[in-house]
Design a protein around this ligand. Structure first.
Ligand code: NDP
Length: 457
């Protein structure tokens, strides 16, 4: 498989891909190794993950450069991703012992009866990962899965295969046995082949369309299935919001990582009383974003990772303009240079007949719509199949919380956006997915409970 640098369109390298036969062999190897791994004590598994964190930190520059070369993420943002992954690892290390601790839930001395709840690993996990944040979306799964005693068959996206291999190498260097964490390399079909193995759990991060295919394949096997899918994440800017702060913060939320985040701001509703100053400030912020080589420290917008996204974005923009939207800036790929660069694009006068307000853009494109009051904003925010994140900007916390209480999404924000915390569950509703990662529940989900009914006779 050819690995292309999206900033230059040059081939970085070519790598071997897996086949049905190698996937089966890897599955069998993991099956043999998992039980032994699960029988190691938790402290020794934690020590290995501590070592992995140490190696990530030590190799941060090399790994950031690789990620930037392979997916076009600006170097400062690649570094941010790895740094934040270290914090997530800390969270898992700090909480895994208490989560896995057995619980005496009942003790009746007269009948000599005890009830104990213990947790066992699921077994072998298929971890199928998206490319946009390979460290985040990968480690949300493989760190707690490994800590809980599972073996992991890890398929990075074809667009971040080198990063996937680099992660595997460092996990092995840290002490994870090679048969306990095994990378599976290839395109989408290879992910489908992986899911056809008799694994014990499938943890998938990717688009709704692929997620549905995965669900159709996996659900009939009655496996543990988690789907972390896309979003069409809305923001409402109230008339009492701090306009400059809201405009700058939501512009960053929409365009960071080139809008290629599951929780990117994808649509903005602005109260009519502050609509004009908000749009003016938003546009000023976007025009100041520096686009260029992702290797430059000062670059904020690099190329898109996938060439195919250029046509998709152009279609969304065209559809919006035909239905009455106003294009304030951008709207097309950058034509005078190599690489998959797309101009940051801002559309106003949008409405919900337009794809841009309904379907995930996953690129540097945003629609802004004027609303007359909170009720209209709530109704529009909820008018979506997706339910990943949503936010409100207001100087009045109780007003914001009253609105957020009525929004159907897994995470909600007040005066912030595009934010993930390891301490809170990351979960999508509707087309945004099934299950969750992160938080204590995101450790628990890699285990299965076993209830012990123990009678002394
Ligand atoms: P895709 O759905 O295209 O791919 C996701 C993964 O699935 C990739 O590894 C892909 O391999 C693999 N795959 C493709 N086809 C199949 C198949 N039939 N069976 C099994 N696996 C398959 O998503 P992207 O990688 O493009 O990621 C972007 C999407 O992910 C966006 O919608 C984004 O919102 C979402 N996302 C959600 C997150 C969340 O936490 N909710 C976090 C990050 C992203 P390959 O790439 O090689 O084709």
């Amino acid at each position: 498989m050819k690995i292309i640098n999206p900033a230059t369109e040059e081939i970085i390298t070519q790598i071997e891909v897996d086949s049905s036969a190698t996937i089966l062999a890897k599955f069998n190897a993991a099956k043999k190794a998992q039980k032994e791994w699960a029988s190691t004590n938790l402290e020794s598994r934690m020590e290995i993950i501590r070592q992995f964190k140490f190696i990530l930190q030590k190799d941060m520059e090399e790994l950031s450069n690789l990620l930037t070369e392979e997916m076009g993420k600006p170097i400062s943002q690649s570094r941010n991703e790895i740094k934040a992954t270290l914090t997530r690892i800390d969270f898992f290390l700090e909480n895994v012992s208490s989560v896995l601790k057995e619980e005496w839930v009942f003790r009746d001395s007269s009948q000599m009866m005890e009830e104990v709840l213990r947790r066992e690993p699921l077994g072998i996990i298929a971890n199928i990962s998206a490319w946009n944040y390979p460290y985040f979306v990968g480690s949300n799964v493989f760190i707690p899965a490994l800590l809980c005693g599972n073996a992991v068959l890890y398929k990075p996206s074809e667009f971040t295969s080198l990063t996937g291999l680099a992660i595997a190498k460092r996990l092995h260097q840290s002490g994870i046995p090679e048969r306990v964490f095994i990378p599976i390399i290839g395109e989408g079909q290879i992910g489908a082949e992986l899911n056809s193995m008799p694994v014990n759990g499938v943890f998938f991060t990717g688009s709704y369309n692929t997620g549905i295919k995965v669900a159709n394949e996996v659900q009939k096997k009655l496996l543990k299935l988690q789907l972390e899918l896309g979003g069409k994440d809305p923001i409402y800017v109230c008339d009492d919001a701090a306009v400059e702060l809201a405009a700058e913060s939501t512009a960053d939320g929409a365009f960071y990582n080139n809008g290629q985040s599951c929780c990117s701001v994808e649509r903005i509703y602005v109260h009519e009383k502050i609509y004009d100053p908000f749009v003016e400030r938003f546009l000023k912020t976007v025009r100041a974003f520096k686009m260029g080589s992702p290797k430059e420290e000062s670059t904020y917008l690099g190329p898109l990772t996938r060439k195919s996204q250029i046509v998709y974005l152009q279609q969304q923009i065209q559809d919006a303009i035909e239905k009455g939207a106003t294009l304030l800036t951008g709207g097309k790929p950058v034509s005078d240079q190599k690489g998959y660069y797309f101009e940051p694009t801002v559309l106003t006068h949008t409405n919900h007949k337009m794809e841009i307000m309904r379907e995930e853009s996953f690129g540097p494109v945003i629609g802004i719509q004027k609303v007359k009051d909170d009720a209209e904003a709530i109704s529009l925010m909820n008018d979506s199949c997706f339910g990943l994140t949503a936010g409100v900007y207001s100087q009045n916390r109780s007003r914001a919380e009253k609105i957020l209480n009525q929004i159907n999404s897994g995470s909600v924000y007040w005066n912030c956006c595009d934010r993930v915390s390891p301490r809170l569950p990351w979960s999508g509703r509707g087309h945004s997915g099934l299950g969750l990662t992160l938080s204590k529940e995101g450790i628990l989900c890699f285990t299965q409970p076993k209830g012990y009914h123990l009678k002394t006779i």
